[in-house]
Design a protein around this ligand. Structure first.
Ligand code: SF4
Length: 305
């Protein structure tokens, strides 16, 4: 079947099963185009929770489907390709975090949503790439915090707080591999373009950025900006969304090699298969879910700037 036929079949199945299709901004264009909602991982789960759908098909990676299960315990969550993981989330485990916490008693743990449910359950509060700074600064009684698992997000937050941030040494393979020399070369070729960088990029890339934004932040910024040309320093999948929403603007990837292979594991026929078989199901065990949800809730209570 071609894309159009598969997309038609997916829409039909979603209706029959009272299901909703969520696609992360880094998914394949044909998946983003057929989805009910596109966005970032937590935003998608929070939106899905408001719907009457009984089934969530999450086109993303494992920790994202877990987040949907944490936020929407009454819905069945399907991850069409079970092996779609996240190298960053896999750089931390709950026992390793427990060991670290024992070294720093009383120091609160801020965990990026890109982490396993079991790690969120061991954390005091979660954060996203959009609100990491506000979350850290919300811990008013603490001078020191431990941020996991992304060291680059921790370094970025450190620029905007007086607290001492202890960081876990994890990183996103794709964002961390973007070299400042590569970015400077693209900037030289496009001198009028604004550079938007994701905070998972290395500090040396962040230093070159005009704006540092989460994926949702980039979409919002570009929509409002009078600028016409942008260099995008994040996974290249977002360029499809940016082009669809802003047909009059030009987007240049900071590096065409920033393609997350896990994010690209899902194809349209995997979604059909998931809907027909109602598998693979991702379900976070209840005790872990309740603890992890508390860390997410605390984050949602942090006032936005
Ligand atoms: Fe994980 Fe990076 Fe892939 Fe996102 S782009 S899923 S953080 S490896």
């Amino acid at each position: 079947m071609n894309f159009k036929a598969l997309q038609k079949k997916i829409r039909q199945l979603l209706k029959e099963k009272n299901a909703i299709l969520l696609a992360h901004n880094y998914q394949r264009p044909e998946i983003q185009d057929v989805a009910d909602l596109t966005g970032d991982s937590l935003g998608l789960s929070l939106e899905a929770a408001k719907t009457e759908a009984e089934i969530i098909v999450f086109c993303g990676v494992h920790f994202m489907a877990e987040t949907a299960s944490i936020v929407c315990p009454d819905k069945v969550v399907l991850l069409p390709v079970i092996s779609a993981g996240c190298p960053l989330a896999d750089m931390i485990t709950a026992p390793a975090l427990a060991q670290k916490k024992a070294q720093y008693p009383g120091v609160p743990v801020v965990s990026y949503v890109n982490s396993p449910a079991s790690v969120k359950a061991e954390s005091d509060i979660c954060c996203t790439s959009a609100n990491a700074v506000q979350v850290v600064n919300s811990l008013v009684k603490d001078d020191t915090v431990l941020m996991t698992p992304d060291k680059n997000l921790a370094h970025y937050a450190q620029r905007h707080t007086d607290k001492e941030i202890l960081c876990w040494e994890g990183f996103c393979t794709y964002h961390d591999s973007l070299a400042p020399e590569q970015v400077m070369m693209v900037k030289r070729d496009h001198p009028h373009a604004l550079l938007l960088a994701h905070p998972e990029c290395r500090p040396a890339v962040i230093n070159l950025a005009d704006e540092v934004k989460s994926t949702s932040g980039m979409l919002d910024y570009v929509r409002r900006s009078p600028a016409k040309e942008f260099i995008i320093a994040t996974e290249t999948g977002i360029i499809h969304t940016l082009e669809t929403q802003n047909p009059d603007k030009i987007f240049i990837p900071a590096d065409e090699r920033m393609v997350c292979t896990d994010m690209k594991k899902i194809h349209l026929d995997d979604i059909v298969h998931a809907l027909v078989t109602q598998s693979p199901v991702i379900k976070v065990e209840e005790d872990t879910r309740v603890k992890a949800y508390r860390a997410v809730e605390r984050m949602l209570e942090v006032p936005r700037d």
